[in-house]
Design a protein around this ligand. Structure first.
Ligand code: AHG
Ligand code: MN
Ligand code: MN
Length: 336
């Protein structure tokens, strides 16, 4: 029996596409997969290891932290900070960038991550995941400064996520398409199972939290209302809705079978132009979606072109099937 292509093999072979690559990046990605296996194991053992429930603390976003948010954050920091590949790390769960320990050489990459996306779903048995983004440090070999992390998404050298769903999956891209790997727990390896994932340009499935409808702007209300009118409306066909409430799972579904995902601008809180965070949610997911043939926009701007205003900046997110995203963008253009 053939084991299949392991993630380590795939990473090393893909790195050979980059002439002069030192192997640093391959090492970085390999080390990161260890924390994804560890976090997945904690999520799946859940209540057996006392990992469910709140930690009783708030993060910088003012959100209550789950125990698994903290476990996942620590797991990534500790499996990455000794490697010498990184000049710094930034996470949803930390106010400021994390400094690499003094005794470790500074590397040439920056790692940004959402350690556990959808963590409010952990206590109810719904899929969650880890989202990550890799940037080049503007100056290699020294401690990263806050400004070093504030690069537009087009500068990402890698983006991906681990999904702790019905299987533990690792999905990533370095700019040569999107590939998915499934963890085989019997050998502890991620194996290539989803080669060159593609998002069809058209779809009949959308994902949005409908309960926020009254807070949206007119173009998004128009778009969703038209979908909901089905065969009786201007789209002349029925659309199906899915909303997991974990972006990582909603985006994974779109990479597997197509669709459009929206967490649009809403008028609840003028300080928050969207719910999702640019650097470690919107950017990595937009990179993957574009690599798979889809599109990602705020409604008015391509997400990957945005100059970040801060480590925890939020943006509206509309991503997935190209023709549908372009339609939403056109509705915004018409209305302003
Ligand atoms: P996180 O758990 O990392 O804070 O992210 C949760 C995000 C995202 O995963 C999801 O799409 C969205 O919040 C769901 O928000 P609603 O509860 O407003 O639907
Ligand atoms: Mn998240
Ligand atoms: Mn999170």
């Amino acid at each position: 029996m053939h084991i299949g292509t392991t993630l380590s093999q795939f990473i090393i072979e893909e790195t050979r596409l980059y002439p002069g690559a030192s192997g640093d990046f391959a090492g970085l990605l390999n080390d990161l997969t260890i924390s994804c296996k560890f976090i997945g194991a904690q999520v799946y053992r859940g209540a057996l290891v006392g990992a469910l429930g709140s930690a009783g603390t708030d993060n910088v976003q003012g959100e209550v932290q789950k125990k698994l948010d903290i476990i996942s954050n620590e797991a990534i920091l500790k499996s990455m900070d000794w490697t010498g590949h990184l000049a710094g790390m930034a996470s949803e769960e930390m106010d400021d960038p994390y400094a690499i320990p003094q005794n470790v050489p500074r590397g040439k990459y920056l790692l940004l991550f959402d350690p556990l996306d959808g963590s409010s779903n952990t206590d109810v048995g719904i899929s969650v995941g880890t989202i990550f983004s890799v940037l080049k440090a503007p100056v290699a070999g020294r401690d990263a400064e806050l400004a070093d992390f504030l690069q537009p998404g087009v500068e990402q050298v890698c983006a991906g996520y681990a999904l702790y769903g019905s299987s533990n999956m690792l999905v990533y891209s370095t700019g040569y398409g999107v590939n998915g790997f499934t963890l085989d727990p019997s050998i502890g390896e991620y194996i290539l199972t989803h080669s060159q994932m593609r998002i069809p340009e058209d779809t009949s499935e959308y994902a949005i939290n409908m309960s926020n409808r009254r807070h949206w702007q007119k173009p998004v209300q128009r778009y969703i209302d038209e979908l909901n009118q089905g065969t009786d409306g201007p789209r002349q066909r029925n659309f199906n809705m899915r909303w997991v409430g974990s972006m990582v799972a909603d985006v994974h579904r779109i990479l597997c079978r197509g669709g459009i995902f929206l967490y649009p601008f809403d008028q609840r809180d003028p300080k928050k132009p969207g719910k999702l965070r640019l650097l470690y949610e919107a950017n990595p997911m937009s990179y993957l979606v574009e690599q798979a043939g889809g599109a990602a926009s705020t409604g008015t701007t391509r997400i990957l072109d945005i100059a970040p205003q801060g480590l925890h900046a939020r943006v509206p997110v509309i991503l997935g099937a190209k023709n549908e995203v372009e339609r939403v963008v056109a509705y915004h253009r018409d209305s302003f």
